[in-house]
Design a protein around this ligand. Structure first.
Ligand code: GLN
Length: 282
């Protein structure tokens, strides 16, 4: 039998030993996940004995986290724009950096009503759904090639009560027949896969071994999806509509040039909280 305090201490030690950067925090979050009790409760009860089934489950999760499985894949929970999303190994875990993209879109949408949004490579749906929640009169379509990712997006759509406002389509970019009916959107937004294939193996273990490759791989130079979306996406935008991309920090110039070459005007870049180029839009 172990007390909560012992479980936590051991959990943290194991994670530290495996080079997990936020070992203490992750040990806490997993304990909260397993027991359903919050931190305030532990401060009052830390010397109590843990239920043995919960202790075993906790140790199992610590073992998994120590093999660098992302925390969110274990708790199936990720927070983005203040909303909770279900995630698993089939989708990219929503990143805080991507909130800059959503905020930029919200600025572009300001003062306008009944907007239609197309989110290309939607994954968990985090971008589309948080926009729809922030702008209650908007509707949208989320597109992904991966059926497993769409299953996750469907689950989030239900959980966030957006069934009536969001359509989800399986499509290799714009190839789906549903998109060929002449429809146009006010906002085309995408955080596409953008890592050059050769560089994927240099990423941290959590990303390179556990995020889906399909969500990372931007082909040879990382720009494949930007090229396709810039050239093929234009006809899906209404006049005066906006195209917004998340980019890798060294892709700002290239993607801005691609957009300008495809006829977009007012092309601008925006930085993330670390001061790196993160968004290009026009
Ligand atoms: N749009 C999703 C996100 O931003 C998925 C992106 C991707 O798979 N490249 O999290």
């Amino acid at each position: 039998m172990s007390s909560f305090e012992e479980l936590l201490k051991n959990g943290k030690k194991i994670l530290e030993g495996s080079g997990i950067t936020e070992a203490g925090l992750d040990a806490w979050l997993l304990l909260e996940y397993v027991t359903g009790k919050n931190r305030a409760w532990y401060f009052a009860h830390s010397d109590e004995m843990a239920d043995s089934k919960e202790a075993i489950r906790y140790q199992e999760l610590i073992r998994k986290r120590s093999s660098h499985i992302p925390l969110q894949h274990l708790t199936h929970q990720a927070f983005f724009m203040g909303y909770e999303f279900y995630v698993d190994q089939h989708v990219l875990v929503p990143r805080q950096d991507t909130e800059v993209l959503v905020e930029t879109a919200l600025e572009a949408m300001q003062g306008r009503k009944d907007l239609q949004i197309l989110d290309m490579c939607t994954g968990s749906g985090c971008i589309l759904f948080s926009l729809l929640l922030e702008k209650p009169d908007s509707t949208g379509t989320g597109v992904d090639l991966s059926l497993e990712a769409l299953e996750v997006a469907r689950r989030n759509r239900r959980q966030l009560e957006l069934d009536g406002r969001a359509e989800l389509l399986q499509s290799d970019l714009f190839s789906a027949k549903e998109l060929k009916d002449g429809r146009q959107y006010d906002i085309l937004i995408s955080n596409p896969p953008y890592i050059p294939t050769k560089e994927i193996d240099t990423l941290m273990e959590e990303v390179k071994s556990h995020d889906p490759r399909l969500a990372l791989d931007g082909h040879e130079d990382g720009l494949y999806f930007y090229r396709k979306i810039c050239t093929e996406g234009r006809i899906y935008l209404k006049k005066g509509g906006w195209l917004l991309f998340e980019i890798g920090c060294d892709q700002g110039k290239d993607v801005a040039e691609l957009m300008e070459a495809a006829g977009f005007s007012e092309v601008q870049r925006k930085k993330d909280l670390s001061g790196l180029d993160r968004v290009v839009f026009g």
